[in-house]
Design a protein around this ligand. Structure first.
Ligand SMILES: Cc1cc2nc3c(=O)[nH]c(=O)nc-3n(C[C@H](O)[C@H](O)[C@H](O)COP(=O)(O)OP(=O)(O)OC[C@H]3O[C@@H](n4cnc5c(N)ncnc54)[C@H](O)[C@@H]3O)c2cc1C
Length: 360
């Protein structure tokens, strides 16, 4: 059944199919609301029901109790059961020029760890795409399979992209990457997407929290800060199971030596690296010394151990949904982090191809 969704304080209304989420209805009507994971984990699409009723989207663990009592919901999960009036953080008519669909050429493939490949793509000559540090792209295989990957390069380098891709056993895209993809091949990409970008309106110290290839958008964020010569304090906690999984450890270690505003805390969940040595023979030289003295345990626990209060911080977390959920809950409940100071991109597995590939 069709209902009408009215956006408070805007002259915007659109039809809503009650079998689709409010977010999908907005996108179908040509409106962009901030969103990212579309799975009810990141919280980017939060909105407030002013009038009417929705089913789903209560955002347990993502929204606070008070927010939920006030009528806040996650619009990627909520479906309209009646006509609605909603307040949203932001809404605008989709700009057809805001994203670009490009056939990018595979320029370089680097095996950075046993299960991580760094993919450098080049855009056609003269093509540049504006994006913000922390955003991601849609990559589409010939069979229509679409997956999301975060840009690891800073936005100042916008004639191509660097992607850090972890191989997933039995994964469609990553099997293609490991088996068929070669330098010179073309890959359809559309970019940019996502709301995992640094809020510049404050100088609060930032905790950057990454698990595995969640380091990719964090690298873009830090390299953007370096290029813009900002000095806002940042501490990167990079968590992985073992030493080899912290596949570019020497890079943040070098940033930490060079920039007084940046600190690096590697955290391994399956044990520490013997001092000056690689744990498993797969992490060599600089990387091994970058990890000497690393912490052990869960990455979000290291943040808890180091901070009696997070009330004055902003947290930017990226990687596994489990890490993000655990971090948000503990930081908000146990360390007083304001809920709206937690920003994240959850690497939620597989979305349906026809849902997401929307060339402008
Ligand atoms: C906004 C966003 C940004 C992302 N950025 C990155 C990035 O920069 N780097 C990156 O490596 N990944 C990233 N991802 C994840 C990526 O989009 C794919 O989900 C991932 O590469 C697996 O795709 P696949 O086709 O190989 O596996 P699929 O064919 O989708 O999955 C195969 C099987 O493996 C399971 N599976 C998939 N992923 C995982 C996982 N992580 N852990 C356990 N089981 C899993 C699936 O549920 C399924 O059963 C991002 C995801 C999102 C939503």
């Amino acid at each position: 059944m069709a209902h009408t969704i009215q956006i408070a304080d805007h002259d915007i209304a659109f039809a809503a199919d009650e079998n689709r989420s409010v977010l999908d209805n907005a996108l179908a009507a040509g409106y962009d609301i901030p969103y990212s994971c579309r799975s009810g984990i990141c919280g980017s699409c939060r909105g407030k029901v002013i009038a009417g009723e929705v089913r789903g989207g209560s955002g347990v663990g993502v929204l606070g109790d008070e927010e939920r009592r006030e009528g806040h919901v996650l619009l990627c999960q909520a479906q309209a059961c009646s006509d609605l009036t909603l307040a949203v953080r932001d809404i605008e008519k989709r700009n057809p020029d805001a994203t670009k669909s490009i056939k990018a050429k595979v320029h370089k493939l680097t095996r950075a760890a046993p299960d991580v490949t760094i993919v450098n793509l080049r855009f056609p000559a003269g093509t540049k795409v504006r994006f913000k540090a922390g955003q991601y792209l849609h990559a589409r295989l010939e069979d229509g399979t679409v997956r999301h990957y975060s840009m690891a390069n800073p936005p100042q380098q916008n004639d191509g992209v660097e992607l850090h891709i972890r191989h997933v056993a039995g994964g469609r895209f990553t099997a293609h990457l490991a088996g068929e993809m070669q330098v010179g091949h073309l890959l359809d990409v559309t970019l940019p997407f996502g709301d995992f970008t640094v809020r510049d309106a404050t100088d609060k110290p930032m905790i950057l929290l990454a698990s595995g290839t969640g380091f990719a958008p964090v690298k873009s964020i830090v390299e953007d800060a370096i290029k813009r010569k900002t000095t806002r304090p940042m501490t990167l906690y990079w968590g992985a199971r073992k030493a080899a999984d912290v596949y570019l450890a020497d890079l943040p270690a070098k940033w930490a030596q060079k920039y007084p505003w940046f600190s690096f805390v590697p955290v391994l969940s399956e044990g520490a690296v013997p001092s000056g040595d690689a744990a498993d023979g797969e992490t060599a030289g600089d990387a091994a010394s970058a990890l000497a003295g690393c912490r052990t345990g869960f990455v979000h626990q290291a943040v808890l151990d180091d901070h009696a209060s997070l009330a004055g911080h902003e947290v930017y977390a990226c990687g596994s949904p489990a890490m993000i959920q655990a971090a948000r809950q503990a930081f908000v409940d146990e360390r007083g982090l304001p809920r709206d100071a937690f920003f994240c991109d959850a690497f939620v597995p597989a979305v349906m191809p026809d849902e997401v590939f929307t060339p402008a």
